[in-house]
Design a protein around this ligand. Structure first.
Ligand SMILES: Cc1ncc(COP(=O)(O)O)c(C=O)c1O
Length: 422
């Protein structure tokens, strides 16, 4: 799915788009759909839709339970899906891959299981101010239960955090947990995960990486990162909702108590109690998201066939086009690092315009973006704005779409500036 031009590998976006039925539809205004809300959720290629419907049609049954053909076939597909995730992440073992309901559920599992077992009053949890609420609230709830403290690393005006600031905080606070996002869902900042993990470990912290905006967009190697936990969601990598991944180092997961209790996570149960089962089922109580796992595996196969290095380069190009276009528009403020150092996420405000009105203006032209706080209220508070408008790209977006997005903002600004003058 990639074509090579000179030394650079570029995506054949037109052929990729043929695989995504929804991209052929019009928006409510009748304009062709330009989907730039990929940070919230991505669209699905036919391969994912078919993998899931094939399972429902041909071999669906519960997994790890039945000694019958359908259960054996669905169990095999479910465990192949786990292996597909392990390969994507370069996990050392498939038992390190836990299926959860999503990134939020994965972080809550760590905060409940690892947190309750390891954190006590007076301990510190270190986060960045750029975290999604999913990587803030579970720790605040842990603080309510234990009396631990939460500290936040600040971001600078370029959406970055210098290594010496990270080191200073780690040295001074000696946090039990250092939990940070690999890529900010608002700023598009790409944080140096391996470097921060090394620093975290140097000062005795356990490290969790929220990779919800990273795994779908760039090559990720959990062994190179060396973090104790890495989490992401299926629906941001062309997979279904209702599934996400908690990767944990085997030794760390082994040391943790199970979070949810019920079927599948036990070895034996008697009226006197229970004996906990093995990894990974220890953290998969109840019927898991079977068809969703199969859909996620199909999504990963698809995304890998496109190529994660090429996806990353393409999205950076789209962000650059959008930022260049926005920088020519009076009254526009774009947040985050320079275009050549960020992911395909562009959040901005326009003087005198509410982000919801901008989003509506764009929607009338077929362009879907997100407006609001993007589940990052502390970051918006720091940026000094209650809300931003966010265009977030994926590999199926064309260069023309990024250009047209910029033109639509310029047109909006001209029109409303004229109206304000008259
Ligand atoms: C960086 C980040 N973390 C966590 C989440 C939460 O993901 P989910 O809603 O799939 O649990 C999101 C979703 O937008 C995100 O962008």
């Amino acid at each position: 799915m990639t074509i090579t031009t000179g030394s650079a590998t570029q995506l054949n976006v037109e052929s990729i788009r043929d695989d995504f039925p929804v991209l052929k539809r019009a928006s409510a205004s009748g304009a062709p759909l330009v989907y730039l809300d990929n940070g919230a959720s991505t669209q699905h290629p036919v391969a994912v839709i078919e993998a899931m419907s094939d399972c429902y049609r041909d071999f669906y049954a519960n997994v790890h339970r039945g000694i019958h053909t359908l259960s054996e076939e669905s169990t095999r597909a479910f465990e192949i899906a786990r292996d597909t995730v392990a390969q994507l992440l370069n996990a050392a073992s498939i038992v390190e891959v836990i299926f959860t309901a999503g990134t939020t559920a994965a972080i809550n599992t760590v905060a409940r299981s690892w947190g309750d077992a390891n954190v006590k009053q007076g301990d510190c949890i270190l986060l960045t101010i750029a975290e999604h609420h999913a990587n803030i609230v579970p720790w605040q709830q842990l603080a309510e239960r234990t009396g631990c403290q939460i500290a936040f690393l600040p971001v600078d005006t370029d959406g970055k955090i210098a290594a010496d600031i990270v080191r200073d905080h780690l040295e001074r606070l000696r946090p039990k947990m250092f939990a940070f996002t690999a890529v900010s869902n608002v700023l598009g900042s790409e944080f140096p995960v391996a470097q921060w993990t090394r620093l975290g470990h140097e000062f005795g912290a356990t490290v969790l990486v929220d990779a919800a905006q990273a795994v779908p967009h760039m090559p990720v190697d959990v062994q190179a990162w060396d973090a104790d936990f890495v989490v992401f969601s299926g629906h941001k990598i062309c997979g279904p909702t209702g599934i996400g991944i908690l990767y944990g180092k085997e030794s760390v997961l082994e040391s943790m108590p199970p979070f949810l209790g019920g079927g599948a996570m036990i070895r034996t149960v008697s009226t006197n109690g229970y004996v906990v089962g093995e990894l990974p089922q220890k953290f998969e109580a109840g019927t898991p998201p079977i068809v969703e796992a199969i859909g996620l595996a199909a999504a990963i196969d698809y995304v890998r066939s496109v190529g994660l290095p090429a996806i990353h380069a393409h999205e950076r190009q789209l962000a650059r086009i959008a930022i260049d276009a926005l920088s020519t528009v009076e009254g526009v403020r774009v947040f985050g690092p320079p275009a050549d150092q960020r992911a395909g996420i562009v959040s901005f405000v326009v003087d005198g315009m509410h982000p919801h009105d901008i989003s509506q203006w764009l929607d009338m032209r077929g362009i879907a973006v997100r407006a609001g706080h993007h589940c990052a209220m502390p970051l918006h508070h720091d940026l000094g704005v209650p809300a931003t408008c966010r265009a977030s790209f994926y590999f199926y977006n064309t260069l023309a779409e990024a250009e047209n997005f910029g033109l639509a903002i310029a047109e909006m600004q001209r029109k409303f500036a004229r109206r304000r003058r008259t």
